[in-house]
Design a protein around this ligand. Structure first.
Ligand SMILES: Cc1cc2nc3c(=O)[nH]c(=O)nc-3n(C[C@H](O)[C@H](O)[C@H](O)COP(=O)(O)OP(=O)(O)OC[C@H]3O[C@@H](n4cnc5c(N)ncnc54)[C@H](O)[C@@H]3O)c2cc1C
Length: 372
Protein backbone atom coordinates (compact mmCIF):
# COMPACT_ATOMS: atom_id res chain seq x y z
CA UNK A 1 0.00 0.00 0.00
CA UNK A 2 1.52 3.39 -1.04
CA UNK A 3 0.55 6.09 1.45
CA UNK A 4 0.45 9.86 0.84
CA UNK A 5 -0.97 13.00 2.47
CA UNK A 6 -3.04 13.57 -0.69
CA UNK A 7 -3.83 11.65 -3.85
CA UNK A 8 -4.61 13.36 -7.15
CA UNK A 9 -6.24 11.33 -9.92
CA UNK A 10 -5.39 12.56 -13.44
CA UNK A 11 -2.18 14.20 -14.69
CA UNK A 12 -3.59 16.77 -17.10
CA UNK A 13 -3.17 20.49 -16.45
CA UNK A 14 -5.86 20.34 -13.73
CA UNK A 15 -4.24 17.45 -11.83
CA UNK A 16 -0.74 18.86 -12.38
CA UNK A 17 -1.56 22.36 -11.10
CA UNK A 18 -3.38 21.15 -7.98
CA UNK A 19 -0.65 18.57 -7.25
CA UNK A 20 1.97 21.33 -7.62
CA UNK A 21 0.01 23.79 -5.45
CA UNK A 22 -0.40 21.18 -2.70
CA UNK A 23 3.21 20.00 -2.76
CA UNK A 24 4.41 23.64 -2.68
CA UNK A 25 2.53 23.84 0.65
CA UNK A 26 4.37 20.85 2.09
CA UNK A 27 1.82 18.16 1.24
CA UNK A 28 3.20 14.76 0.13
CA UNK A 29 1.29 14.12 -3.10
CA UNK A 30 0.81 10.93 -5.14
CA UNK A 31 -0.59 11.33 -8.67
CA UNK A 32 -2.41 8.43 -10.32
CA UNK A 33 -2.59 8.59 -14.14
CA UNK A 34 -4.12 5.92 -16.36
CA UNK A 35 -1.89 6.80 -19.32
CA UNK A 36 1.06 9.19 -19.40
CA UNK A 37 1.40 12.75 -18.11
CA UNK A 38 -0.83 15.04 -20.24
CA UNK A 39 -2.08 12.24 -22.47
CA UNK A 40 -5.63 13.71 -22.54
CA UNK A 41 -6.94 17.12 -23.60
CA UNK A 42 -3.92 18.81 -22.03
CA UNK A 43 -1.41 17.18 -24.36
CA UNK A 44 -3.54 18.05 -27.40
CA UNK A 45 -3.89 21.73 -26.47
CA UNK A 46 -2.18 24.52 -28.36
CA UNK A 47 -1.99 26.01 -24.88
CA UNK A 48 -2.56 29.59 -26.02
CA UNK A 49 -2.73 32.05 -23.13
CA UNK A 50 -4.94 34.86 -24.30
CA UNK A 51 -7.53 37.20 -22.76
CA UNK A 52 -11.29 37.06 -23.22
CA UNK A 53 -13.14 40.02 -24.74
CA UNK A 54 -16.57 41.26 -23.66
CA UNK A 55 -17.89 41.89 -20.16
CA UNK A 56 -19.28 40.06 -17.16
CA UNK A 57 -18.11 37.80 -14.33
CA UNK A 58 -16.68 35.15 -16.67
CA UNK A 59 -14.59 37.69 -18.61
CA UNK A 60 -13.22 39.22 -15.37
CA UNK A 61 -12.42 35.78 -13.99
CA UNK A 62 -10.60 34.64 -17.16
CA UNK A 63 -8.57 37.84 -17.44
CA UNK A 64 -7.55 37.77 -13.75
CA UNK A 65 -6.63 34.11 -14.15
CA UNK A 66 -4.56 34.96 -17.24
CA UNK A 67 -2.56 37.57 -15.34
CA UNK A 68 -1.93 35.07 -12.57
CA UNK A 69 -0.96 32.23 -14.95
CA UNK A 70 1.47 34.34 -16.96
CA UNK A 71 3.41 35.39 -13.85
CA UNK A 72 3.22 31.85 -12.45
CA UNK A 73 4.61 30.36 -15.69
CA UNK A 74 7.30 33.04 -15.87
CA UNK A 75 8.47 31.91 -12.43
CA UNK A 76 8.43 28.15 -12.94
CA UNK A 77 8.63 27.57 -16.71
CA UNK A 78 9.94 30.69 -18.47
CA UNK A 79 11.85 28.43 -20.89
CA UNK A 80 8.58 26.79 -22.05
CA UNK A 81 6.65 30.05 -22.45
CA UNK A 82 6.51 32.28 -25.53
CA UNK A 83 5.02 35.50 -24.23
CA UNK A 84 4.97 37.60 -27.36
CA UNK A 85 1.43 38.96 -27.27
CA UNK A 86 -1.63 38.12 -29.36
CA UNK A 87 -3.08 39.91 -32.37
CA UNK A 88 -6.84 39.33 -32.21
CA UNK A 89 -9.17 39.63 -35.24
CA UNK A 90 -12.99 39.29 -35.47
CA UNK A 91 -13.94 35.62 -35.86
CA UNK A 92 -15.93 36.29 -39.06
CA UNK A 93 -17.42 39.14 -41.11
CA UNK A 94 -20.66 38.66 -39.17
CA UNK A 95 -18.96 39.40 -35.86
CA UNK A 96 -17.16 42.65 -36.85
CA UNK A 97 -19.71 44.89 -35.10
CA UNK A 98 -19.67 42.75 -31.95
CA UNK A 99 -15.83 42.84 -32.02
CA UNK A 100 -15.90 46.67 -32.18
CA UNK A 101 -18.35 46.83 -29.25
CA UNK A 102 -16.18 44.39 -27.25
CA UNK A 103 -13.07 46.45 -28.03
CA UNK A 104 -14.66 49.45 -26.30
CA UNK A 105 -15.18 47.31 -23.17
CA UNK A 106 -11.60 46.06 -22.80
CA UNK A 107 -10.21 46.81 -19.31
CA UNK A 108 -6.73 45.29 -19.77
CA UNK A 109 -3.73 46.70 -21.68
CA UNK A 110 -4.18 46.58 -25.46
CA UNK A 111 -3.41 48.49 -28.66
CA UNK A 112 -5.71 49.10 -31.63
CA UNK A 113 -4.23 47.86 -34.95
CA UNK A 114 -6.30 48.48 -38.16
CA UNK A 115 -9.05 45.88 -37.99
CA UNK A 116 -7.50 44.03 -35.02
CA UNK A 117 -6.42 44.55 -31.41
CA UNK A 118 -3.06 43.56 -29.94
CA UNK A 119 -2.80 42.21 -26.37
CA UNK A 120 0.81 42.40 -25.11
CA UNK A 121 0.09 40.13 -22.12
CA UNK A 122 -0.59 36.90 -23.99
CA UNK A 123 1.37 33.90 -25.16
CA UNK A 124 1.48 30.14 -25.46
CA UNK A 125 3.24 27.39 -23.52
CA UNK A 126 4.60 23.91 -24.21
CA UNK A 127 1.75 21.91 -22.64
CA UNK A 128 3.28 18.49 -22.08
CA UNK A 129 6.62 19.73 -20.73
CA UNK A 130 4.75 22.15 -18.46
CA UNK A 131 2.66 19.38 -16.86
CA UNK A 132 5.83 17.29 -16.31
CA UNK A 133 7.56 20.32 -14.74
CA UNK A 134 4.63 20.93 -12.38
CA UNK A 135 4.77 17.32 -11.21
CA UNK A 136 8.52 17.27 -10.56
CA UNK A 137 8.14 17.11 -6.77
CA UNK A 138 5.27 14.60 -6.72
CA UNK A 139 5.26 10.81 -6.99
CA UNK A 140 3.60 10.09 -10.35
CA UNK A 141 2.21 6.64 -11.17
CA UNK A 142 1.64 6.37 -14.93
CA UNK A 143 -0.40 3.50 -16.37
CA UNK A 144 -2.48 3.28 -13.15
CA UNK A 145 -6.21 3.48 -13.89
CA UNK A 146 -8.25 4.53 -10.85
CA UNK A 147 -11.58 2.95 -10.14
CA UNK A 148 -14.30 4.22 -7.79
CA UNK A 149 -12.57 5.43 -4.59
CA UNK A 150 -13.52 3.96 -1.22
CA UNK A 151 -13.33 5.65 2.19
CA UNK A 152 -12.31 3.60 5.20
CA UNK A 153 -10.92 4.54 8.62
CA UNK A 154 -10.27 8.16 7.64
CA UNK A 155 -8.42 7.28 4.41
CA UNK A 156 -9.37 7.31 0.74
CA UNK A 157 -8.37 4.08 -0.97
CA UNK A 158 -7.75 4.01 -4.70
CA UNK A 159 -6.38 0.63 -5.74
CA UNK A 160 -3.05 0.23 -3.94
CA UNK A 161 -2.90 3.94 -2.98
CA UNK A 162 -4.11 5.55 0.22
CA UNK A 163 -4.42 9.10 1.57
CA UNK A 164 -6.75 11.12 3.82
CA UNK A 165 -7.26 13.70 1.04
CA UNK A 166 -8.37 12.88 -2.52
CA UNK A 167 -8.65 15.22 -5.53
CA UNK A 168 -10.30 13.86 -8.67
CA UNK A 169 -9.30 15.69 -11.86
CA UNK A 170 -9.98 13.30 -14.72
CA UNK A 171 -11.23 15.75 -17.35
CA UNK A 172 -13.96 14.53 -19.69
CA UNK A 173 -13.15 10.83 -19.10
CA UNK A 174 -15.60 8.27 -17.75
CA UNK A 175 -16.54 9.40 -14.27
CA UNK A 176 -15.49 7.45 -11.18
CA UNK A 177 -17.73 9.46 -8.81
CA UNK A 178 -21.54 9.60 -8.47
CA UNK A 179 -21.54 13.00 -10.15
CA UNK A 180 -23.91 12.81 -13.16
CA UNK A 181 -25.70 15.88 -11.78
CA UNK A 182 -22.55 18.00 -12.39
CA UNK A 183 -23.42 17.64 -16.10
CA UNK A 184 -19.91 18.26 -17.38
CA UNK A 185 -19.69 17.73 -21.12
CA UNK A 186 -16.96 17.22 -23.63
CA UNK A 187 -16.06 19.45 -26.57
CA UNK A 188 -13.77 17.56 -28.93
CA UNK A 189 -10.96 19.44 -30.69
CA UNK A 190 -8.03 18.90 -33.02
CA UNK A 191 -4.92 21.05 -33.40
CA UNK A 192 -1.82 20.90 -35.57
CA UNK A 193 1.91 20.90 -34.88
CA UNK A 194 3.78 22.57 -37.75
CA UNK A 195 7.21 23.95 -38.58
CA UNK A 196 6.73 27.34 -40.31
CA UNK A 197 9.16 28.50 -43.01
CA UNK A 198 9.71 31.79 -41.14
CA UNK A 199 9.86 32.78 -37.49
CA UNK A 200 6.40 33.88 -36.20
CA UNK A 201 6.80 36.78 -33.79
CA UNK A 202 3.36 36.88 -32.12
CA UNK A 203 0.22 34.81 -31.66
CA UNK A 204 -2.58 35.32 -34.20
CA UNK A 205 -6.16 34.78 -33.06
CA UNK A 206 -9.29 34.83 -35.18
CA UNK A 207 -11.70 32.04 -35.94
CA UNK A 208 -8.71 29.84 -35.05
CA UNK A 209 -5.25 30.62 -33.66
CA UNK A 210 -1.60 30.38 -34.73
CA UNK A 211 1.09 30.51 -32.06
CA UNK A 212 4.38 32.36 -32.19
CA UNK A 213 7.29 30.00 -32.90
CA UNK A 214 8.45 28.03 -29.86
CA UNK A 215 12.10 27.26 -29.07
CA UNK A 216 13.01 24.59 -31.63
CA UNK A 217 11.03 26.24 -34.43
CA UNK A 218 7.64 24.59 -33.97
CA UNK A 219 4.26 26.41 -33.91
CA UNK A 220 0.69 25.41 -33.04
CA UNK A 221 -2.43 25.89 -35.16
CA UNK A 222 -5.71 25.28 -33.40
CA UNK A 223 -8.30 24.32 -32.91
CA UNK A 224 -11.52 22.67 -34.03
CA UNK A 225 -14.56 22.68 -31.67
CA UNK A 226 -17.03 19.80 -31.90
CA UNK A 227 -19.77 20.13 -29.32
CA UNK A 228 -21.82 17.09 -28.29
CA UNK A 229 -19.04 14.87 -29.63
CA UNK A 230 -19.04 11.28 -28.44
CA UNK A 231 -16.40 10.08 -30.88
CA UNK A 232 -12.88 10.40 -29.46
CA UNK A 233 -11.21 10.05 -32.86
CA UNK A 234 -9.10 12.44 -34.87
CA UNK A 235 -10.68 13.73 -38.07
CA UNK A 236 -7.76 14.01 -40.49
CA UNK A 237 -9.85 16.35 -42.64
CA UNK A 238 -9.07 18.94 -39.96
CA UNK A 239 -5.49 19.22 -41.29
CA UNK A 240 -6.63 20.95 -44.50
CA UNK A 241 -9.44 22.88 -42.85
CA UNK A 242 -7.24 24.34 -40.09
CA UNK A 243 -4.37 25.13 -42.49
CA UNK A 244 -6.69 27.01 -44.89
CA UNK A 245 -8.20 29.04 -42.06
CA UNK A 246 -4.73 29.77 -40.67
CA UNK A 247 -3.50 31.00 -44.08
CA UNK A 248 -6.19 33.71 -43.99
CA UNK A 249 -4.53 35.08 -40.84
CA UNK A 250 -0.91 34.54 -41.93
CA UNK A 251 -0.28 33.59 -45.53
CA UNK A 252 3.08 31.82 -45.25
CA UNK A 253 1.68 29.27 -42.79
CA UNK A 254 0.30 27.30 -45.76
CA UNK A 255 3.94 26.44 -46.64
CA UNK A 256 4.73 25.22 -43.11
CA UNK A 257 5.89 21.62 -42.71
CA UNK A 258 3.14 19.49 -41.14
CA UNK A 259 4.38 17.52 -38.11
CA UNK A 260 1.34 16.04 -36.40
CA UNK A 261 -2.36 16.39 -35.61
CA UNK A 262 -3.51 15.89 -32.02
CA UNK A 263 -7.01 15.52 -30.60
CA UNK A 264 -8.61 15.77 -27.18
CA UNK A 265 -11.90 16.21 -25.32
CA UNK A 266 -12.20 19.52 -23.47
CA UNK A 267 -14.10 19.10 -20.18
CA UNK A 268 -16.70 21.89 -19.76
CA UNK A 269 -19.30 22.86 -17.19
CA UNK A 270 -22.72 24.17 -18.18
CA UNK A 271 -21.82 27.70 -16.94
CA UNK A 272 -18.28 27.62 -18.48
CA UNK A 273 -16.74 28.23 -15.04
CA UNK A 274 -14.31 25.63 -13.64
CA UNK A 275 -15.38 23.30 -10.85
CA UNK A 276 -13.14 23.27 -7.76
CA UNK A 277 -14.19 22.28 -4.28
CA UNK A 278 -15.49 19.69 -1.86
CA UNK A 279 -17.59 17.02 -3.50
CA UNK A 280 -21.15 17.08 -2.12
CA UNK A 281 -23.02 13.93 -1.24
CA UNK A 282 -26.05 14.70 -3.40
CA UNK A 283 -27.83 11.53 -2.37
CA UNK A 284 -27.69 12.35 1.35
CA UNK A 285 -28.44 16.05 0.75
CA UNK A 286 -31.64 15.11 -1.08
CA UNK A 287 -32.63 12.70 1.68
CA UNK A 288 -32.07 15.47 4.26
CA UNK A 289 -33.94 18.06 2.22
CA UNK A 290 -36.58 16.16 0.21
CA UNK A 291 -38.31 19.42 -0.70
CA UNK A 292 -35.36 20.71 -2.83
CA UNK A 293 -37.20 19.55 -5.97
CA UNK A 294 -40.13 21.79 -4.93
CA UNK A 295 -37.88 24.82 -4.98
CA UNK A 296 -36.53 24.98 -1.41
CA UNK A 297 -33.33 27.04 -1.20
CA UNK A 298 -30.62 25.88 1.16
CA UNK A 299 -27.21 27.37 1.81
CA UNK A 300 -24.16 25.46 0.50
CA UNK A 301 -23.00 24.95 4.12
CA UNK A 302 -26.13 22.89 4.85
CA UNK A 303 -25.30 20.32 2.14
CA UNK A 304 -23.69 16.99 3.03
CA UNK A 305 -20.14 16.54 1.74
CA UNK A 306 -17.79 13.60 1.47
CA UNK A 307 -14.91 14.05 3.87
CA UNK A 308 -11.79 15.53 2.17
CA UNK A 309 -12.94 14.51 -1.32
CA UNK A 310 -12.44 17.29 -3.87
CA UNK A 311 -13.16 17.64 -7.57
CA UNK A 312 -11.15 19.89 -9.84
CA UNK A 313 -11.76 20.44 -13.54
CA UNK A 314 -14.17 21.71 -16.21
CA UNK A 315 -11.67 24.24 -17.52
CA UNK A 316 -13.26 24.06 -20.98
CA UNK A 317 -11.20 25.63 -23.77
CA UNK A 318 -8.95 27.59 -21.37
CA UNK A 319 -7.35 25.10 -18.97
CA UNK A 320 -3.87 26.59 -19.30
CA UNK A 321 -5.27 30.03 -18.48
CA UNK A 322 -7.60 29.11 -15.60
CA UNK A 323 -6.08 26.04 -13.87
CA UNK A 324 -3.12 27.66 -12.00
CA UNK A 325 -5.33 30.38 -10.48
CA UNK A 326 -8.15 28.02 -9.49
CA UNK A 327 -5.70 25.38 -8.21
CA UNK A 328 -4.19 27.94 -5.85
CA UNK A 329 -7.63 28.77 -4.43
CA UNK A 330 -8.41 25.07 -4.02
CA UNK A 331 -5.05 24.32 -2.36
CA UNK A 332 -5.66 27.16 0.12
CA UNK A 333 -9.08 25.67 0.91
CA UNK A 334 -7.62 22.16 1.35
CA UNK A 335 -4.51 23.05 3.36
CA UNK A 336 -5.46 26.22 5.24
CA UNK A 337 -9.23 25.69 5.40
CA UNK A 338 -9.72 28.95 3.47
CA UNK A 339 -13.26 29.47 2.24
CA UNK A 340 -13.27 28.66 -1.47
CA UNK A 341 -15.04 30.96 -3.91
CA UNK A 342 -18.72 30.08 -4.36
CA UNK A 343 -18.39 30.52 -8.13
CA UNK A 344 -16.20 27.36 -8.37
CA UNK A 345 -18.12 25.17 -5.89
CA UNK A 346 -19.48 21.90 -7.32
CA UNK A 347 -22.49 22.25 -5.01
CA UNK A 348 -23.80 25.12 -7.19
CA UNK A 349 -25.22 22.52 -9.60
CA UNK A 350 -27.26 20.63 -7.00
CA UNK A 351 -30.01 23.21 -6.61
CA UNK A 352 -30.01 23.93 -10.37
CA UNK A 353 -30.37 20.30 -11.41
CA UNK A 354 -32.52 18.85 -8.64
CA UNK A 355 -35.08 21.61 -8.74
CA UNK A 356 -36.65 19.65 -11.61
CA UNK A 357 -38.52 17.08 -9.57
CA UNK A 358 -38.57 14.23 -12.09
CA UNK A 359 -34.79 14.20 -12.31
CA UNK A 360 -34.41 14.40 -8.54
CA UNK A 361 -36.87 11.56 -8.05
CA UNK A 362 -35.01 9.35 -10.54
CA UNK A 363 -31.74 10.22 -8.89
CA UNK A 364 -32.97 9.12 -5.50
CA UNK A 365 -34.25 5.88 -6.99
CA UNK A 366 -31.25 5.01 -9.13
CA UNK A 367 -28.21 6.59 -7.66
CA UNK A 368 -26.33 5.36 -4.69
CA UNK A 369 -23.55 7.34 -3.09
CA UNK A 370 -19.98 6.18 -2.57
CA UNK A 371 -19.16 3.39 -0.16
CA UNK A 372 -18.47 5.47 2.92
C1 LIG B 1 -7.43 20.67 -29.38
C2 LIG B 1 -7.46 21.44 -28.10
C3 LIG B 1 -6.93 22.72 -28.05
C4 LIG B 1 -6.93 23.42 -26.85
N1 LIG B 1 -6.34 24.66 -26.81
C5 LIG B 1 -6.24 25.32 -25.63
C6 LIG B 1 -5.56 26.56 -25.57
O1 LIG B 1 -5.06 27.07 -26.56
N2 LIG B 1 -5.46 27.19 -24.35
C7 LIG B 1 -5.98 26.63 -23.22
O2 LIG B 1 -5.83 27.22 -22.15
N3 LIG B 1 -6.66 25.45 -23.27
C8 LIG B 1 -6.80 24.80 -24.45
N4 LIG B 1 -7.49 23.62 -24.51
C9 LIG B 1 -8.25 23.19 -23.34
C10 LIG B 1 -7.39 22.49 -22.32
O3 LIG B 1 -6.61 21.56 -23.00
C11 LIG B 1 -8.30 21.82 -21.27
O4 LIG B 1 -9.02 22.81 -20.57
C12 LIG B 1 -7.45 21.06 -20.26
O5 LIG B 1 -6.51 20.25 -20.92
C13 LIG B 1 -8.28 20.19 -19.36
O6 LIG B 1 -7.39 19.61 -18.45
P1 LIG B 1 -7.80 18.41 -17.50
O7 LIG B 1 -6.61 18.10 -16.71
O8 LIG B 1 -9.08 18.74 -16.80
O9 LIG B 1 -8.18 17.21 -18.50
P2 LIG B 1 -7.21 16.20 -19.27
O10 LIG B 1 -6.05 16.88 -19.84
O11 LIG B 1 -8.06 15.41 -20.21
O12 LIG B 1 -6.63 15.27 -18.12
C14 LIG B 1 -7.36 14.26 -17.48
C15 LIG B 1 -6.37 13.15 -17.16
O13 LIG B 1 -7.00 12.20 -16.32
C16 LIG B 1 -6.59 10.91 -16.73
N5 LIG B 1 -7.63 9.96 -16.28
C17 LIG B 1 -8.91 9.91 -16.68
N6 LIG B 1 -9.57 8.92 -16.04
C18 LIG B 1 -8.67 8.34 -15.21
C19 LIG B 1 -8.73 7.26 -14.28
N7 LIG B 1 -9.88 6.59 -14.07
N8 LIG B 1 -7.61 6.91 -13.59
C20 LIG B 1 -6.43 7.58 -13.79
N9 LIG B 1 -6.32 8.61 -14.68
C21 LIG B 1 -7.43 9.00 -15.36
C22 LIG B 1 -6.48 11.00 -18.23
O14 LIG B 1 -5.68 9.98 -18.80
C23 LIG B 1 -5.90 12.40 -18.41
O15 LIG B 1 -4.49 12.40 -18.45
C24 LIG B 1 -7.50 22.87 -25.68
C25 LIG B 1 -8.03 21.58 -25.74
C26 LIG B 1 -8.01 20.86 -26.92
C27 LIG B 1 -8.57 19.47 -26.94
Amino acid sequence: MAKFDALVIGAGIAGSTIAHALSARGVKVGVIEQGKIACGASGAAGAFLSPMMGKGALVDFVNNALDFSLSFYEQIAADLLVKKGALRFPKSNETIEEFKRDTDLIKIPFERRDNAVFFPNAGAIDAIKLCARLLQNCAVFEGAKADRPRYKNGEWNVGEFQAPILVVSIGAYHSILPDWWLKTRGVWGERLRVKPIKQIEQNYMGDIAISATFQGGEAAIGATHKRGAIDWQIDYGAIGALTNKAAKLLEHIKDAKFIDILGGMRPSSSDYIPIAGLFPNAHKTLRDFPDIPNGRQIAAEAFSYYHNLYVFGAHGARGFVTAPYTARALALAIVDGAKSAAMFEPSRFILRVFRRSAEAFNALEQFNGLEY
